[in-house]
Design a protein. Sequence first.
Lengths: 82, 242
Amino acid sequence: MTAIEKLKSAFVTALEISEQEVNDSLSYSEHPAWDSTAHMILIAQLEADFDVMIDIDDIIDMSSFNQAKATLLKYDENLSFE
Amino acid sequence: MIVLVTGAYGGIGTAVCHQYLQQGVTLVISGRNSQKLNALHETLAKQYKNPIVSLISDNNEPEQITALFKDIHQTFKRLDVFVHCAGSLYEAPVMMSKYQDIVETIQSNLTSSILLAQQASKLMMRTKFGVITFFSSVVAQQGAQGQSVYAAAKSGLEGLTKSLARELGGMGIRVNAIAPGVIDTPMVAHFSVEQKKQLAEKTVLGRLGSAEEIANVACFLSSPQASYITGQIIAVDGGLVV
């Protein structure tokens, strides 16, 4: 599984949405499934799937699918979401 | 089961460690004094065969809290139980309390609890299971002369307990606090026999509590027998507050 597939899968699992809904325009609070509770579940999912510990400031800033890519790249520069 | 105990070398913390080790858990002990932490580790390791990990951490330093949980993440990838025994008693009339003392008391008893719970719950969410147990005090409910600042911090901790229970319950994480009464630990070792007697007489049971009696409740709260208990402040005080 590529990194982008893993990332999409984490969003699908955590937010309980379809894969078609996971795209670059997906944003926190703009999709009804991505509320504060889902955000916590998403962070736990990303941490487990990518084996990282995300800092609180980054958790607060992670407000879109695109931002999630940037955040994860911060923790693992070998990742590629191309 | 992975259990983290902060303030592990304190009177109650040590009793909590023994109780959990008797249950066969993997124990992570934490505290800011490396000598005391190492001494406790040695004592426990002689007595139990369970894995024990010591992690030095000052809960008043946010970056050390982050580092503590990064270590736990790297070593175990999970955390099941977090018992926050660390805290500090501050006694002074409010008119005699310096700003720095007020800030430090709130920091060590309340702010640290919030930061630790942030990190602990993040690890627990992965498995959708976890138990967090804080330590409040009888003074949070009934107040105490000369302990206004301490009581304020502990009252805040009780609000934190109830709110966190609501926030995290849906993710299988239970949050409770124990409110000990007067417990016969090194914290009251400087009290005279007469003072201890007077305190004991204020309880319904007519005696001070032991650290083991507190540890029993901490272990119960994280056991399957307590699986429907969350958001509660459990007084363990011999009937001091009735």
